[in-house]
Write a protein that binds this ligand. Structure first.
Ligand code: ANZ
Ligand code: ZN
Length: 854
């Protein structure tokens, strides 16, 4: 027997599979179809890392199994290739992003092929291909036509040193990622997408899909639906009112001041009344420079300024309360103004402490007796109102929970939950309140002042304003330029491409100028899974018939939910890519660009793999020198070892550190599988010919069926690690045998095939079996055989082991006794003895307590 040579075997089978084109998905097939999707990568210059591989291998295992189960499987791959690193590389080297992208994608593809991933390469897509981004632009035009794309002045993160707009992920702890300079805010006209219009549906429809609970929760939190009331506060001695949004209208009696966001427009309207307007203006200017991350940071001390000379009236008790401007209140959320209740809101509490403002408790925790508060505090301001406190002043904490109202006029004694409704209704009868729902989610800033992205297909005519490029003129191709650096004012480098910018107005044919902003990173990935269904279509983003074929709910589907059958990707994309693409899908579905039968969600099932850490459990990074290159693992141990190790290293959904020893252990397992070929009874000619004549090994037979069951179920439940260990146990058992039948070995190989496709293919051929191993029928188990397994019972006499017997696991006490007494060795030893007692420990032992007969 030759040694297991992974290098040779893997090359051979990768070539053969490719030549035979066996992973191509058919758009028409009698077989049931199944659409499996992994997030397509950004082809960086560094190449694949083992983290990418985890997602690819996991779903490749599923894809291979599905094919063996008789499905027509769509398992595609492509490139999300627009983005910053490529552009920054171009700025540094002057090498055009197209060239860099071409090189990087070729490298990624070569690496993926080396892993033996069963992608249908005929469907490869690239978001930077004009034939692809033509449709990304087309989608933008539809959004614009439906009023869901609009231009607005929005703040961006700006690095004053690099003179460049920064994406949020480029701001690290408030500083520019590249040069470390403090990032500031800058206002820019931006294209926006109205994702907020879909906020409610994006929450509601989560009920229909099969996502991990933590994914659903973080999407819901990101959208941030809040139900509450808008309360009107009159400004004293003026006809003006300030609406505030609150989820705790029950605490209204404890409101001791109002806070406006620095950008709140009412400040300008009451300007003349504000005695210290100069200082207020200064404060506003300062906070304008702060980026949002800094403003909402809990660590930073809250700052603000009082508007002197003005006050508001608390509508529940007509008490005068001061008005502040503070940048911990955001202009874009709720009404941009709040009623502050320092006793029951931590931010307000911190602020009140700092500015010496009264703290009035209005909620008593329900578990505290009304007359005996747990803490007394002399620190409480406003002693005329409060003598006792339920607050834990020592901890500097507000009580944010529910409870019973105190100090609240005629609502005192009411449960806070009830008071929300009662106080709200009472004020609404006076026209001072209304119910309101607000979402944290904001409209999506869809412009980047960059080069390497999809041009936004809009032109501005001096006479006619902003107009969409006519659909027949798509794609608006990204021009080749020489200087990739954004301009000094932070405009896109395209702003310097004069000849490209100059165009004709689609309406009046007069001179017009193109939009120079490009789309953000997430644009191309919004809809790519649709394109895979029909990647070469030049009339539509995809043929509805093909979309229907791949994505309409299967007839057997219980709830009738359609979409990609199974989508795996990183947890880090939960709130960006996953949410954005659900929004865009819903829009396309609404306008009829995708067939109605598919349903309103793009992905039926979503799973997430855990990230792979470096040795010792720290993040893999170049600087730590702990990056594992999959190609090196392949070179040393083979792709099958890489595959099986990545599946075996731990639960798929958990973070896990790379362990070189574990890799070697897996390699030894595969070597064992290779050696098993020596155990095969070569006389049994075909794999179907079971050697019935011979003694049938019940234990092995049962183990095989159990393994079929376990591997089948584990793969479905992403428990690849336990599937591998079940196969290891089976391999060990086979190794113990004098010989293994061809049939049993063939079952083992088919089960291992999705995990280690090359090795199993080679052994399949060596055994003389017909066809490809990876195209065999997925084995079925016999339920009878997995229920009853053989176990070994120890038979003792007076506590000494005298024999061992093979029995069925479920054997009864009486049966076990009978069987034991029938054994020759036992019979002999019990001659002339009387059995006094019989002890039976199921699955373990039998003990006869025997004494000599008198
Ligand atoms: C009074 C109050 C008393 C509040 C209390 C909370 C506790 P969520 O659940 O996040 O929606 N708020 C409203 N608009 C805001 C803005 N633009 N910037 C910062 N904070 C704002 O929280 C709603 C609560 O957040 C609102 O309820 C308001 O504070 C604050 F014991 O009003 B609350
Ligand atoms: Zn015009």
């Amino acid at each position: 027997m030759k040694k297991y040579n992974s290098q040779k075997i893997e090359k051979k089978w990768q070539r053969t599979w490719e030549k035979m084109d066996i992973f191509r998905a058919s758009d028409r097939s009698r077989r049931p179809r199944y659409y499996l999707l992994v997030e397509f990568p950004y082809p960086s210059g560094e190449g694949l890392h083992v983290g990418h591989c985890r997602s690819y291998i996991g779903l490749d295992v599923v894809a291979r199994k599905r094919r063996m189960q008789g499905f027509n499987v769509l398992f595609p791959m492509g490139w999300d290739a627009f983005g910053l690193p490529t552009e920054n590389f171009a700025i540094k080297t002057g090498i055009h992003p197209i060239i860099v992208t071409r090189k990087n994608t070729a490298n990624f593809k070569r690496q993926q092929k080396k892993i033996g991933l069963s992608f249908d390469w005929s469907r490869e897509i690239n978001t930077t291909d004009p034939e692809y981004y033509k449709w990304t632009q087309w989608i933008f035009l539809q959004l614009f036509k439906k009023g869901l794309a609009y231009k607005a002045k929005m703040p961006i993160n700006w690095c004053p040193k690099c003179r460049i707009g920064l994406a949020n992920e480029e701001v690290i702890e408030g500083n520019c990622e590249r040069c470390g300079t403090k990032a500031v805010r800058k206002e820019k006209e931006q294209w926006m997408l109205k994702i907020t219009k879909y906020a409610e549906r994006l929450i509601q429809d989560l009920a229909e899909v099969d996502y991990p609970e933590k994914v659903k929760v973080s999407q819901k939190e990101w959208i941030g639906r809040s139900e509450g009331w808008e309360i009107l506060f009159k400004i004293k001695d003026s006809g003006l009112k300030i609406p505030v949004f609150t989820t705790r209208v029950d605490t209204l009696f404890g409101c001791t001041y109002l806070v406006l966001a620095p950008e709140h427009p009412i400040i300008q309207s009451i300007k003349s009344k504000i005695l210290n307007f100069k200082s207020v203006e200064k404060y506003i200017e300062k906070s304008k420079k702060k980026i949002e991350k800094e403003r909402i940071s809990e660590k930073k001390e809250k700052t603000g300024i009082k508007l002197r000379g003005v006050a508001a009236i608390n509508p529940v008790n007509n008490r005068k309360v001061p008005i502040f401007v503070a940048d911990y209140v955001m202009v874009h959320y709720g009404t941009g103004a709040i009623m502050a209740v320092p006793a029951h809101d931590q931010r307000d509490f911190d602020f009140a402490k700092r500015y010496n403002l009264p703290i009035i408790e209005v909620i008593r925790p329900a578990d505290r007796p009304a007359d005996r508060p747990a803490h007394r505090s002399a620190e409480i301001r406003s002693p005329q109102i409060l003598r006792r406190s339920y607050l834990r002043q020592a901890d500097q904490q507000a009580y944010e929970g529910e409870g019973v109202l105190i100090n609240s006029g005629r609502f005192t004694g009411m449960k806070s939950e009830d008071a929300k409704e009662r106080i709200g209704q009472w004020l609404s009868q006076k026209g001072l309140a209304k119910k309101a729902i607000h979402y944290k989610l904001r409209d999506w800033i869809f412009s980047r002042q960059r080069y390497w992205g999809e041009p936004i297909p809009m032109v501005k005519c001096q006479k006619c304003g902003w107009l969409p490029v006519s659909e027949k003129d798509l794609p608006v191709k990204l021009p080749r330029i020489k200087e990739y650096k954004p301009t000094e004012e932070g405009e896109s480098p395209l702003a310097k491409a004069e000849s490209w910018i100059k165009t004709k107005c689609p309406k009046c044919q007069g001179p017009a100028r193109r939009e120079t902003d490009v789309m953000p990173n997430w644009a191309g990935s919004n809809w790519y899974y649709l394109r895979y269904c029909d990647p070469k279509n030049n009339k539509k983003l995809a043929d509805p018939k093909k979309l229907k074929y791949w994505m309409a709910p299967a007839r057997r589907s219980p709830k009738g939910v359609g979409g990609v059958d199974w989508y795996n990707g990183g947890m880090e994309h939960t709130t960006l890519h996953l949410l954005y693409s659900r929004f865009i899908y819903k829009f396309l579905w609404d306008i009829g660009a995708v067939p109605k039968v598919i349903g309103s969600e793009p992905y039926k099932k979503r799973t997430s793999h855990g990230i792979i850490l470096g040795k010792g459990g720290i993040k893999m990074s170049k600087s730590k020198g702990n990056v594992i290159n999959p190609e090196e693992v392949i070179k040393e141990h083979g792709a099958d070892t890489l595959r099986v190790y990545e599946m075996f290293m731990g639960p798929f959904e958990q973070m896990i550190p790379w362990d070189t020893k574990g890799v070697k252990g897996v390699k030894r397992f595969l070597e064992k599988v290779w050696k098993l070929q020596e155990k095969i009874n070569q006389k049994s000619k075909t794999k179907d010919q079971n050697d019935k004549s011979k003694f049938k090994n019940k234990k092995l037979e049962s183990l095989i069926h159990k393994t079929i069951n376990k591997v089948s179920e584990d793969i479905e439940n992403l428990k690849f690690n336990t599937a591998v260990s079940a196969l290891m146990i089976l391999a060990n058992e086979m190794e113990q045998q004098k010989e293994v039948s061809k049939k049993d070995y063939s079952v083992f190989l088919t089960l291992l095939s999705p995990l280690a496709p090359h090795l199993t293919e080679e052994l399949w051929e060596k055994m003389g079996f017909r066809g490809f191993c990876c195209q065999q029928k997925w084995p079925k188990y016999n339920p009878k055989l997995i229920r009853e397994e053989g176990i070994t019972l120890v038979v003792q006499i007076n506590g000494k082991v005298r024999d061992k017997i093979e029995v069925e696991a479920g054997i009864s006490k009486q049966q076990a006794k009978k069987l034991a007494l029938a054994q020759e060795k036992i019979k002999k030893r019990l001659v002339g003895k009387e059995i006094k007692k019989f002890i039976f420990v199921p699955r373990k032992l039998i003990n006869f307590v025997a004494v000599d007969k008198k």
